[in-house]
Ligand binder design. Sequence first.
Ligand SMILES: O=P(O)(O)OP(=O)(O)OP(=O)(O)OC[C@H]1O[C@@H](n2cnc3c(O)ncnc32)[C@H](O)[C@@H]1O
Ligand SMILES: [Mg+2]
Length: 329
Amino acid sequence: MRKFTGDRLLFATHNKGKLEEMRALLAPFGITVLSNDDFGLPEPEETETTFVGNARIKAHAAAKATGLPALSDDSGIEVDALDGAPGVYTADWAETPTGRDFTLAMTRTWDACEKIAAPLPRRARFRSTLVLAWPDGHDEVFEGKAEGQLVWPMRGAHGHGYDPMFQPEGYDITFAEMDPAKKNQISHRADAFRKLVQCFEAKMARQNISGGSPYEPKLGYSRAVVQGGWCFVAGTTGADPVSKAFPDSVLDQARNTLATIKAVLEGAGFSMADVVRANYVITDAAYVEEIIPALSKTFGEIRPAAMMIVAGLVNPAMKIEIEVTAFKG
Ligand SMILES: O=P(O)(O)OP(=O)(O)OP(=O)(O)OC[C@H]1O[C@@H](n2cnc3c(O)ncnc32)[C@H](O)[C@@H]1O
Ligand SMILES: [Mg+2]
């Protein structure tokens, strides 16, 4: 697979909703995302009968016109009861003489199901095909999907296109009712994007996060380092956040430590639920029993792979130090 090594990528779409989603997905990679609007590129005719065919038309036309690597998305919704329609023609179902009307398109889709008395639930999936094309004609293809069902009436005001009538599997809200960041984790486009990320391996911008400690430059470390989908949080101890003193109780130190780690992770765009590994150092084996309430409350459901060591720490007032690693796929 050819790797993307540049700094600028053109996302060849005329769809503002797609552009917003793709900008958010590409944000961690330190790539400047340009759009068709930056170049005034015309919307090429999508004459193929497959997602990949149309995605190739869009990506190659843009790469050729600008001399930049260009990414395109061709997507649509497939309804099982309609033998996969509207599918590749999803945008066409919205066409009117005065522009695209997605309320009309969704009404047409639901009416087509009603007409044949399609049984409920009306299973459907969004598909997205991403094509990354280079000006020399090479391309890479990535496919994604999101399973779900059609719902009626339309619900929600976020998103774009057919989002108000699509309820993804495992949720009781539509894509249009969902927080856009959540949609961007589970959508067909996000699914395809996770495969595309292999092309950016060399590009995953590293970010050192400082906690402001004067020891960081002296000892040469960061409170956390984010690299791609990973966040490595440094060993963290349990001083009181206001007085900076270490409480006597190891349980209180554990709680302070976990609160600091949570704040660091959230500041880096991760959450405690993303923690895949936790390493603990305690200064006395007897502390294990004492810290159980803090550990089970925080990690009882998340269950990272863990190790606990009994050893000395740099300051005798410190009774526990914790480091975690988080991963966001
Ligand atoms: O071709 P470009 O310029 O990228 O933009 P487009 O909107 O024409 O995009 P497509 O040709 O790929 O058509 C995809 C259709 O599927 C709809 N669609 C695709 N992804 C969607 C999503 O995440 N949510 C809702 N509708 C979506 C979208 O509204 C379009 O009508
Ligand atoms: Mg289109």
